[in-house]
Design a protein around this ligand. Structure first.
Ligand code: KIV
Ligand code: ZN
Length: 432
């Protein structure tokens, strides 16, 4: 049983809650090695790619987009390495991306030769601005492009029958595409691929650029969910970006609106402002009592590996994972946390002021929770002396000593560590 409860709006009974709450995790797909990688200042070399792949596998991802093999030799070689050196666990499926162009698709299938199972991901742009300005194609032209290349997928897959193929199609810029037209293109591709409920294909709807509020994106997903042909033969996937800073919300609302699967990157890496942050969504689920099916029990290790592979820092205030997120600077917060820890019994539901989640569940420690600076009060100081040095101060001494610490901090303007405070305490009261 989880120690976290789904959030209930205070004052409403069960029947008055919104019915759209998440009760199970989506199918996760990491695109760190593709969308994430293509947006790095310094794209990953083979060693960093492999490290990222191993991390994703260890965390429990079962679908991993490992690259864009027709785009460069490194991308091609990495896919070959995974297959040739038998590095893909039996329960993990690799996914690769290809543009809707014949020579690129042929090269993509070449890269996958000998794979046990693979998701091959076809995309072409569908939005009016891309049709008009970039591709110079009419609506019919876009449908033809998608259908021709979907057919090529089918015939190339038939040439390699030993591989279990799963086809995926993305109408790139779905978020800016007329819904009726998006449905027309997707239905045409589905008609070519002829999926069945036993052998589904994946339809992935990206907010390539996040143009709208997340509820609007979710409404678009809901419309597609209700209107797409052969819905029971499709895995409906979404691929939110984060241009408005609402990628997480867009993904969560989209799943509530009917999507089955979420694509994203760890800590929201990805083009421009990033892709949907998989860690954020997984831990939002976890902190509401839903097991996400991803191992985040050592969040610092995950973060260190991602920082090494991406050569980009994770912000200190990043939800759940940043250095500062289990740190309380304010005296009143520190005091409340201290009281709540003292009152907590084994097996209690997590109901702690200022801490949405138990840091221990992510391998973070309580020592990091309370720090003392010029904004904090006696509660934090007493907590540190007690938890770190076993010194339990009577209340009057807490008040007296906090003035001593405050005086030092006013003078130096510097935060005081537990060690500094203990040193001050010893000097002041001449212990030892
Ligand atoms: O954001 C996007 O549209 C993409 C597609 C290629 C799926 O990354
Ligand atoms: Zn993308």
């Amino acid at each position: 049983a989880s120690k976290y409860k789904p959030f209930a709006p205070v004052g409403l009974n069960d029947r008055q809650w919104p019915d759209a709450v998440l009760t199970r995790p989506p199918i996760w797909c990491s695109v760190d090695l593709r969308d994430g990688n293509q947006s790095l200042i310094e794209p990953m070399d083979m060693a960093r790619k492999l490290r990222m792949f191993e991390l994703l596998v260890a965390m429990g991802f079962k679908e991993i987009e490992v690259g864009f093999p027709s785009s460069s030799q490194v991308e091609f070689d990495f896919v070959r390495k995974l297959i040739d050196e038998d590095l893909i666990p039996p329960d993990v499926t690799i996914q690769v991306l290809s543009q809707a162009r014949e020579h690129l698709i042929r090269r993509t299938f070449e890269a996958l030769h000998g794979a046990r199972r693979a998701i091959v991901h076809l995309y072409n742009a569908t939005a009016p601005v891309m049709r008009r300005v970039v591709l110079g194609l009419s609506e019919d032209g876009i449908v033809d492009l998608a259908v021709e290349n979907a057919s090529l997928f089918k015939s190339l897959a038939a040439e390699q029958p030993a591989t279990e193929w799963v086809f995926q199609y993305s109408p790139e810029m779905f978020s800016g595409t007329e819904l009726h037209f998006a449905k027309r293109v997707v239905d045409a591709v589905t008609e070519v691929w002829q999926p069945t409920p036993q052998h589904k294909c994946i339809i992935n709807l990206p907010s390539t650029v996040e143009h709208s509020t997340p509820n609007i994106f979710a409404d678009m997903i809901e419309w597609m969910h209700r209107h797409l042909a052969r819905r029971d033969c499709l895995v409906l996937s979404v691929h939110p970006h984060n241009d408005r800073g609402t990628g997480t919300a867009a993904g969560e609302f989209a799943v509530m609106a009917g999507a089955d699967r979420l694509e994203g990157c760890l800590f929201g890496n990805g083009e421009r402002t990033g892709n949907l942050d998989l860690v954020n969504v997984a831990l939002n689920l976890y902190s509401q009592g839903v097991a996400p099916g991803l191992d985040l029990s050592d969040i610092d290790e995950v973060r260190r590996t991602v920082e090494l592979c991406n050569q980009l820092p994770v912000h200190p205030r990043h939800p759940y994972a940043g250095d500062l997120v289990y740190t309380s600077f304010s005296g009143s917060h520190q005091d409340a946390i201290k009281k709540a820890f003292a009152a907590r019994q084994e097996g209690d539901i997590w109901d702690m002021p200022y801490l949405p989640l138990d840091p221990k569940d992510l391998g973070r420690s309580y020592e990091a929770v309370i720090r003392v600076n010029s904004q904090s009060g006696k509660g934090g100081i007493a907590y540190l002396l007690e938890s770190e040095y076993g010194l339990e101060l009577p209340r009057r001494l807490q008040i007296e000593f906090s003035q001593v610490v405050q005086h030092v901090m006013d003078g130096t303007g510097k935060e005081q560590s537990a060690r500094d405070i203990h040193g001050l305490f010893e000097r002041e009261y001449r212990l030892g």
